[in-house]
Design a protein. Structure first.
Length: 134
């Protein structure tokens, strides 16, 4: 597949089609193998006493970097799987292309051996080559 460029109206339509993500940063971090359940418990304990946000506590404890936190916040705002599903449902991309690029993206972004590193044909994620133009 060649590089696709999506304009702002197209991406706006895609994002409006996505459902809000209700997963917490801790759940997302565990699913991406950035944190263990034990790490999440430590962060929650500090959060309860300090009244800071989860991400601030994770960084303070040295369990997440600012880059990883930013990635998790982006995943929480718009699930890449939901964005990709909308791309397919709106007829913007073919499912086979989205699956191919999803596998490539996961191979580059997830730790080796992660259970999320092998998408099924029902799993979709946006092509990493997509560029939004004004």
């Amino acid at each position: 597949m060649t590089q696709k460029i999506f304009d702002i109206p197209t991406m706006s339509q895609v994002l409006l089609s996505c459902r809000p993500n209700t997963r917490t940063i801790g759940e997302l971090a565990v699913s991406r193998q950035y944190l263990s359940q034990k790490d999440v418990a430590r962060i929650l304990q500090l959060q309860n006493t300090s009244h800071k946000r989860f991400g601030e506590c994770a960084i303070e404890l040295g369990l997440l970097t600012e880059v990883r936190l930013a990635e998790l916040l982006a995943f929480q705002a718009e699930s890449p799987h939901d964005v990709a599903k909308a791309l397919v449902q709106l007829g913007i991309c073919h499912q086979s292309d989205v699956i191919l690029h999803l596998r490539q993206f996961l191979a580059e972004s997830l730790p080796a051996g992660s259970p999320s590193a092998s998408p099924s044909s029902e799993t979709t994620k946006p092509t990493p080559q997509a560029v939004v133009t004004g």
